[in-house]
Design a protein around this ligand. Structure first.
Ligand code: FAD
Length: 503
């Protein structure tokens, strides 16, 4: 008979109180009765958190919904705004500009991807861009926003959104949520980690205030410190910096202007790129670069020169390494957040990868002995997720014609993972793109970036070649006019926020 008694894990210890720690605490406390499984979170104000992470992808909505967090409460608490996609400037080539929107382009017809019909349409309308057929992109470029319509027949059902927000405020909000559900927060710096002599499992941590915290299961949410997963358990790091050579960021906020753009801007620069993320109260900016090709002073000058509001404070330097742990779950320790791995924030995927770390753990919630089959499956799923996101991010660096600096000469000509080469070649051949397993990025995302960065198919789907081009033109123009009309009826993003989230 299957075991039906309550789980034998009685005490969970989360080390670290950044976004990863508090997201883990909030999610676990929403599921586990506090009288059966105790959860403590240890964090050190003296060490602090990384303090960046303002842009997200639509999956964050599911996370908040799982926790039962009302959207307006969340937006008010975090100074949140809406995000319809990312605008990429100077990536495919200097002066080029495209949007990677959330949601679909147009509507698939007869089971064939929309972009195939658009490729046929483009042959007769060479100035057309695929983003003209994305409701999210058209709304974003007009500075407009509204809520998606649940009715699938409405064009507004095609809208997808995420948020820009103050990540530190989000962690504080989740702390309150978790503490209300019985999570015990302990202030202190971990000075020693104890392991079982036979199994190597972590048994307890000692803090600088003399306290000792014991547990059955530990989450390492200590960020780049990797205190448990690396410094205690010695799990190696798989370094991806040969594919993603940026290793430093300078981050600074500036005053925001009157209009609040409903999208992130990513501007490619000489040796990296700069983000612009509008929240309700300020605009977050950061310059990410390869430090062996650009000095800190050059990076800061370039960052400050391209702000579009008065600077608030001074730039803060953050060093990072792209890659991931060979194992995210080792013995009785699960690494969630930056301790488990980091892909640079180009597609705002870090909070999503935290979510994945938590939800896949919940799906595999272990018995007390934490069998290796369970841990292996968790590690397999998480590694796959990181690799899929990695390929999508590398695509942005590889698919460029830029030859104006050593940085772009390197990324344009570097070897890339076979999985990405195959994908690009398949698309070049006849515009074919597939979504594998439960990977994050959908077909429209791959198409947006490949087309946006000049990977043009040699031919289109042979079936579409049999379709009357005049009929395709009529269908596409009718989709376009439905979108234009829907966007003309939307409020500006700012006006929407004023009534929805500021009142
Ligand atoms: P941290 O925030 O560093 O938290 C670590 C915690 O561990 C802290 O509470 C610290 O006090 C504690 N700790 C460490 N050592 C000890 C110890 N010895 N004893 C006790 N406590 C300890 N993500 C996005 O989704 N969108 C973005 O736009 C985005 N932008 C980013 C830009 C940059 C430049 C970088 C580097 C990251 C960005 N991220 C982004 C990632 C995002 O910031 C992180 O994924 C997220 O904040 C989670 O961080 P964390 O909780 O793992 O680590």
């Amino acid at each position: 008979m299957p075991e039906t008694r309550p789980p034998a894990i009685r005490q969970i210890v989360i080390v670290g109180g950044g976004s990863a720690g508090w997201m883990t605490a909030a999610a676990l406390s929403s599921l586990l009765p506090a009288d059966q499984v105790g959860i403590s979170l240890v964090e050190s104000e003296q060490i602090g958190t990384i303090g960046v992470g303002e842009a997200t992808i639509p999956d964050i909505i599911n996370f908040n919904a799982l926790l039962g967090i009302p959207e307006t409460d969340f937006l008010k608490a975090t100074n949140g705004t809406f995000k319809l996609g990312i605008r990429f400037l100077n990536w495919g080539g200097l002066g080029e500009d495209y949007i990677h929107p959330f949601g679909q382009h147009g509507v698939d017809m007869n089971g064939i991807d929309f972009h195939q019909f658009w490729l046929r349409y483009k042959a007769d309308h060479p100035g057309s861009t695929i983003e003209e057929f994305s409701l999210s992109a058209v709304a974003a470029k007009s500075g407009k926003f509204t809520m998606p319509d649940a009715n699938p027949r409405s064009v507004l059902s095609q809208l997808r959104y995420a948020y820009h927000f103050d990540a530190t405020a989000y962690a504080a909000y989740l702390r309150n949520y978790a503490e209300q559900r019985g999570v015990q927060r302990i202030e202190g710096r971990v000075t020693e980690v104890h392991q079982d002599a036979q199994t190597g499992n972590i048994t307890a941590i000692d803090l600088d205030n003399g306290q000792s915290v014991a547990g059955d299961l530990f989450f390492d949410c200590t960020g780049f410190h990797g205190l448990l997963i690396e410094k205690t358990l010695g799990v190696p790091f798989r370094d991806w910096s040969h594919w993603l050579p940026c290793d430093t960021a300078q981050a600074v906020a500036c005053e925001r202007g009157d209009a609040i753009l409903p999208y992130t801007v990513s501007t490619a620069k000489t040796a990296g790129w700069q983000w612009r993320i509008p929240t309700q109260h300020r605009t977050g900016n950061g310059h990410i670069y390869a430090s062996h090709l650009l000095s800190d002073d050059e990076a800061i000058d370039s960052l400050l020169k391209d702000l579009d509001g008065d600077v608030i404070g001074s730039p803060r330097k953050i060093r990072f390494r792209t890659g991931h742990r060979a194992k995210f779950w080792e013995k009785n320790c699960v690494a969630v957040g930056l301790s488990g791995g980091f892909l640079e924030p180009l597609e705002s995927t870090s909070l999503f990868l935290i979510q994945e770390g938590i939800s896949k753990f919940i799906a595999l919630f272990p018995a007390a002995d934490m069998p290796s089959v369970v841990r292996d499956e968790y590690n397999r799923q998480l590694v796959k997720k990181f690799e899929q996101v990695r390929d999508f991010i590398i695509l942005h660096y590889k698919a460029t014609t830029r030859d104006d600096s050593p940085f772009w000469n390197y990324t344009r000509t570097m070897d890339i993972p076979d999985s990405l080469t195959d994908r690009i070649e398949l698309f070049r051949e006849a515009g074919r793109v597939f979504r594998y397993e439960d990977e994050l990025f959908s077909k429209p995302s791959w198409v947006a970036v490949m087309m946006g960065q000049n990977i043009v198919p040699k031919s289109i789907d042979p079936i579409v070649r049999t379709v009357d081009p005049a009929g395709i033109t009529r269908s596409l123009q009718s989709m376009k006019s439905a979108m234009t009309s829907a966007v003309s009826n939307m409020q500006t993003h700012r006006a929407f926020l004023e009534t929805y989230a500021w009142s």
